[in-house]
Write a protein that binds this ligand. Structure first.
Ligand code: PMP
Ligand code: GLN
Length: 381
């Protein structure tokens, strides 16, 4: 058995969702909306199921979706990319990340990453033979520690892998953060791979910026998106990569033997969705911001120390003020079993797991789910 995977636990999202199911808890753990996604896009997929071939689409994705991804990136984030040489469709951002990392990393290459980080990153970096150089974002604002980041780059650095807006903290990387990362990539001839799945979920007027639009980065960056987050359709697993032209051929080669393609009907519907007018995407962000406020205000009223969240589906709380003696993992387990509300320990987003005072709650839920969770927490606390 491959020890890299044999020794890994089950992903925290599945563990906590399983526990929530077993104990009829309200699931504010794993990040998925309650609803059934955007009805207009679901209707487009239904049409496409009936009218279009249900056979393998082109390996790199339907041309109409690749064109839509390029046009959407230019429209919202100033990323100019040629759809034929720079865009491919993948089965979710998870495959996009795997295809990118397996294609770009050679054994022994160093890969700079921030902790906390999304849990699929490290196993794939290690599978590729990459050597992680981990830099911890500094709580409670999750600031990028400049000196540590500079020190993490060196002659063996192949790439930096990061995520903004950031799961699990809700941090949106600032212009200064991106400019520092770009400067270091240029100075060390390194690539930036950025997971931008929450690109339309930045709140309070904060703007998501793409590393690919930074000076000198168009030739050394990869950006990853997902229809799961942009259209609240997490089960569809339609993702997309926009990459510097020189990087795309090798990514296409890993993609061809990971999944080869993605369901054509879903691709057609997502192409239609990405071409929606600006208001569609603004409404998505505003609605999510309203839900963030509903949950944050409610948790604060109950005495939780809620941390700022500028984006994503998530907010975090600092459990120290509750006087709870155990770890974040124990806290989440007990909250699920005893209060009937599931959450995710932020410690699960560190290499090998770490005890932290932070717990992540997901707010991309129906209002009734959020208020139901608050009702259950009130008598428990
Ligand atoms: N990256 C981040 C930061 C995520 O939160 C998620 C989960 N939604 C993914 C990647 C995976 O996305 P997908 O479901 O499209 O594979
Ligand atoms: N991205 C989701 C989260 O952070 C989970 C996706 C998954 O379960 N793999 O909650």
């Amino acid at each position: 058995l491959n020890p890299l995977f044999a020794n890994l636990g089950t992903t925290i999202f599945e563990v906590m969702s399983g526990l929530a199911r077993d104990h009829q808890a309200i699931n504010l753990g794993q990040g998925f909306p309650d609803g059934n996604g955007s009805p207009a896009i679901v209707a487009k997929a239904q049409e496409a199921l009936a009218d279009r071939p249900n056979q393998y689409p082109p390996m790199l994705g339907l041309p109409e979706l690749r064109q839509a991804v390029a046009a959407h990136g230019a429209r919202f984030f100033g990323v100019d990319a040629d759809w034929q040489s720079q865009v491919i469709v993948t089965s979710g951002a998870t495959e996009a990340l795997a295809a990118t990392l397996l294609g770009l990393i050679a054994p022994g290459d160093e890969v700079v990453m921030f902790e906390p980080m999304y849990d699929s990153y490290l196993p794939i970096v290690r599978l590729a033979g990459g050597v992680p150089k981990l830099v911890r974002l500094a709580p409670p604002t999750w600031a990028v520690p400049e000196a540590e980041l500079r020190a993490a780059f060196g002659p063996k650095t192949k790439l930096i892998l990061f995520n903004t807006p950031h799961n699990p903290t809700g941090k949106v990387f600032s212009a200064a953060d991106l400019s520092l990362i770009a400067e270091l990539c240029r100075a060390h001839d390194a690539i930036a791979v950025c997971d931008e799945v929450y690109e339309h979920l930045a709140f309070d007027g904060t703007k998501h910026r793409s590393i690919m639009a930074e000076p000198g980065m168009a030739d050394r960056a990869v950006r990853i998106g997902s229809a799961g987050k942009t259209f609240s359709l997490t089960g569809w697993k339609v993702g997309y990569i926009t990459a510097a032209p020189a990087l795309m051929p090798v990514i296409a080669k890993t993609h061809q033997f990971l999944t080869f393609t993605t369901p054509p009907n879903l691709q057609a519907a997502v192409a239609w969705g990405l071409a929606q007018e600006d208001g569609f995407f603004q409404t998505l962000g505003q609605e999510m911001q309203r839900k963030r406020d509903l949950l944050s205000d409610g948790l604060r009223r109950l005495g939780f120390d809620v941390q700022a969240s500028a984006g994503t589906y998530f907010l975090t709380v600092d459990i120290r003020s509750l006087g709870y003696p155990g770890s974040d993992a124990d806290f989440c387990r007990r909250l699920t079993l005893e209060a009937g509300v599931a959450a995710i320990p932020v410690g699960a987003f560190y290499d090998g797991g770490l005890e932290t005072p932070y717990v992540r709650f997901c707010f991309c839920k129906d209002d009734s789910t959020l208020t139901g969770a608050l009702d259950r927490l009130a008598p428990y606390l």
